[in-house]
Design a protein around this ligand. Structure first.
Ligand code: ATP
Length: 746
């Protein structure tokens, strides 16, 4: 037995041992609890020694004590002991008879009622569709069984009319005993019964015959004929089918969903392999308790569980797989979360069906609606498919996850929301280079796509500019604060809307930002400046949205991670990545994005900073849908006059070099082709601050987005043929012409 922490420590001293609820252990053979000591090589039960010795006895009397002697004495029972106080509260919740709520928990809210009705309707719809699809098969089977059904029914009716069945056993008995008199009596009774039955049968036959004639000859509407067939055939088929061959298929072989019961939860928790739970339950089967009834919650059930003392909900959350296995349910149907109140409370929500099979509603802003960046906008759904709002103003976002986790989609969703506020200026860099944000380019004041040095240099330049922009904005805020228009020295909706205030919302999104921070030339400086921008920009209407797949300290400076206030951690591989994105101890506290599988559970992540951290799935808006949103945003901005104008899509201080134009400038006169290395030399003379150190490969990469083909160009050097990578003038001229055409300036 373990010592109850609330029992007096000297309990094994003078008084008898006292159990949890004040009961005394009368059985002295419970030796495990009896204190023992070694005296002169013998093991002596101290308890009994103390009891036979009067309190003032001298120690020499110990010598006269015969260790073989067994003191036979009455048990000394102690006075009643109060039950330990802190145990009282949890136990009462179990023993008090709880009444069922008059209105079931699921009907408490409109959302509960709606989801229940939707679920029932969906279920009914499923059953109807299931059978409708199989109607031809059912019709064929019904026709097939209707024929034997017809003859079988006729046979049974004739048999009934003869009344053979009724007293057949008695007649047989009379025949066996050679008792003709009784037999004749019984047969007369049978004939009497049979007579009225024949009349009924004849009446029935005449009715059916008339019905048949009407059906075949009379001028009745087709629907009536069909109805007659639809009633008669299934009835006959039912009579004619073998008992073990039903006409309709079974909708499902098991229950359509698994109802969450306390027993199921207990079993699943025991199968998690958490020793704290297993040990506690082996001693007290009620160690796992349910402070509220398990009830329907949206399209599933919610069980709030108080785990045994000392077990944290986080331990269970980490074992989501085992929990799901213990329930025999797919992983994405089981959603454990730390509950409210104390760390040992678990909120376990189990859906009727796996999240992957639940249709996520469409993004509410897809077809309609505007966004005010000062107000929340729909961003994600819970596992119960409730909408979760997020906000942009006064926030910086960090979205992280491994490839295929859905972070680019999530980041793009936030930008799409922002673009529906015509006041918001967008500057986007996507340093992966696949063009996920390309669709937003027409709305952007600045846009870059790629991981080449040129794009990274532009991105670093933008960060430098951002810092200056923050300085400029802080002066504007100070000015408006003096006028009493910025009461908290923050951008207000009024200031953001005021034309020429220079305080309109500025959304800067950088996806795969690790490409910038890991860049040898620009990374360190960009990290330092961005940290300052994150600290300053929040109140000034500068909103940073960062996406990364490598959240370690080199790829994402800790100064930045520390200062973001909205974090969305999508599937990550380990605890370190989890805590880099969500913050220290989040993994330990049970917020673990390691539970999500990349690709399979794309879009799922732990969203923190917008209320209690929890598992959320961002609305899925693919590129085609994003185009629709961008088209609407163009309209809104066209009306508001905030569409970026052609030619103004660069910053004032943006690097003024233009690679294609620079190449044209340095092109060796009269040459139809030039080697990369020669061109790099000329470029670095033209603009050393940009092109110094460029080699052939760098030029190749930088030209790729412009569609300039790199070819092998041969020359004779000292009479020997030498071939190197280079470009043709025609290709360069074509690329410039194409760009001018796209920009509408050529
Ligand atoms: N919210 C979502 N719901 C459902 N599927 C999604 C969601 N978000 C993304 N996906 C799916 O996951 C795929 C990968 O998404 P995304 O490109 O955003 O991932 P990523 O983490 O940026 O990975 P990578 O770094 O490889 O691009 C998408 O093509 C899409 O099919």
């Amino acid at each position: 037995m373990t010592q109850n922490p609330h029992e007096p420590e000297n309990q094994s001293g003078d008084g008898p041992l006292t159990g949890l609820n004040g009961f005394q252990f009368a059985d002295r053979s419970a030796t495990a609890t009896v204190e023992t000591a070694e005296i002169g090589g013998q093991v002596v039960p101290l308890d009994s020694r103390r009891r036979v010795r009067p309190p003032d006895e001298h120690t020499e009397e110990d010598e006269s004590f015969d260790h073989e002697t067994v003191a036979i004495e009455a048990e000394t029972l102690g006075g009643p002991v109060d039950p330990p106080e802190d145990d009282a509260a949890p136990y009462t919740t179990r023993t008090i008879h709880r009444r069922e709520p008059i209105i079931p928990a699921t009907l408490h809210t409109w959302r509960g009622i709606r989801t229940m009705l939707v679920w029932q309707a969906k279920d009914a719809g499923y059953v109807i569709s299931y059978h409708t699809v199989r109607t031809p098969k059912y019709a064929a089977k019904a026709l097939r069984y209707a024929v034997p059904g017809l003859f079988g029914t006729l046979g049974r009716l004739l048999h009934w009319a003869t009344a053979e069945e009724g007293n057949w056993a008695l007649r047989q008995y009379a025949a066996d005993r050679n008792d003709p008199e009784t037999w004749l009596k019984l047969d007369k009774q049978r004939q009497r019964q049979s007579r009225w039955r024949w009349w009924i049968l004849i009446a029935l036959a005449v009715t059916v015959l008339i019905g048949l004639l009407v059906f075949l000859l009379a001028d009745i509407p087709t629907w009536a004929r069909l109805l007659a067939v639809a009633v008669a055939v299934p009835v006959l088929a039912r009579a004619g089918r073998p008992t073990d061959k039903p006409i309709t298929d079974r909708v499902s072989t098991g229950p359509r969903y698994r109802k969450l019961t306390a027993e199921l939860v207990r079993r699943a928790l025991l199968s998690c392999g958490i020793s704290g739970i297993n040990q506690a339950v082996s001693k007290d089967p009620n160690a796992i308790s349910f402070p509220t009834e398990i009830h329907r919650d949206g399209p599933g059930h919610l069980a709030v569980v108080d785990l045994p003392f000392g077990v944290e909900a986080a331990d269970v959350v980490a074992r989501r797989g085992r929990l799901a296995s213990g329930m025999r349910l797919p992983l994405d149907q089981v959603w454990p979360e730390p509950g409210d109140g104390h760390p040992g409370r678990l909120a376990l929500w189990v859906g009727y069906e796996p999240a992957s099979q639940m249709k996520q509603p469409a993004w509410p802003l897809l077809k309609d609606g505007k966004v005010d960046v000062f107000k929340p906008f729909p961003f994600a759904t819970t596992p119960r498919m409730d909408t979760v709002n997020a906000s942009l103003m006064f926030r910086n976002w960090l979205v992280g996850g491994q490839p295929g986790s859905g972070k680019t989609f999530a980041l793009r969703l936030a930008v799409l929301a922002a673009c529906l506020d015509p006041r918001a200026e967008l500057r986007i860099y996507e340093l992966k280079g696949v063009g996920d944000f390309k669709v937003l380019e027409p709305l952007c004041t600045e846009y870059g796509n790629g991981f080449d040095d040129e794009t990274i240099a532009r991105c670093a330049g933008m960060i430098r500019w951002l810092y200056k922009e923050c300085e400029r904005r802080s002066k504007r805020i100070a000015h408006y604060a003096q006028l009493g228009k910025a009461p908290e020295n923050k951008v207000t909706p009024e200031l953001a809307s005021l034309k020429d205030s220079g305080l309109h919302p500025l959304i800067v999104a950088i996806d795969e930002i690790q490409e910038l921070f890991l860049h040898g030339k620009f990374g360190k400086e960009a990290g330092e400046i961005l940290e300052k921008v994150i600290k300053l920009g929040r109140a000034l209407g500068v909103i940073l949205l960062i996406g990364t797949q490598i959240p370690d300290k080199d790829s994402l400076p800790t100064g930045i991670t520390r200062n973001v206030n909205t974090r969305y951690c999508m599937s990550v591989a380990d605890q370190v990545a989890n805590d880099m994105i969500l913050g220290t101890s989040m993994y330990k506290n049970g917020y673990r994005a390691t539970i999500f599988e990349p690709v399979v559970e794309a879009g799922w992540g732990i969203l923190s900073g917008l209320g209690k951290p929890a598992a959320r799935r961002s609305f899925e808006v693919d590129t085609d849908k994003a185009k629709q949103v961008v088209a609407r945003a163009m309209q809104l901005r066209g009306l508001a006059g905030t569409l970026p104008e052609e030619g103004t899509q660069t910053r004032e201080d943006a690097p003024t070099y233009d690679l294609l134009a620079d190449l044209a400038k340095v092109w060796p006169a009269g040459e139809s082709g030039a080697w990369n290395e020669t061109l790099c030399g000329y470029l670095s003379e033209l603009r050393p601050e940009v092109y110094t150190g460029w080699a052939s490969e760098q030029l190749t990469t930088a030209l790729k987005p412009h569609g300039v083909t790199i070819v092998s160009i041969g020359r004779r050097i000292d009479g020997k043929p030498v071939t190197r990578r280079g470009i043709r003038f025609d290709d360069l001229a074509d690329a410039i012409a194409e760009r001018n055409r796209r920009n509408g300036s050529g």
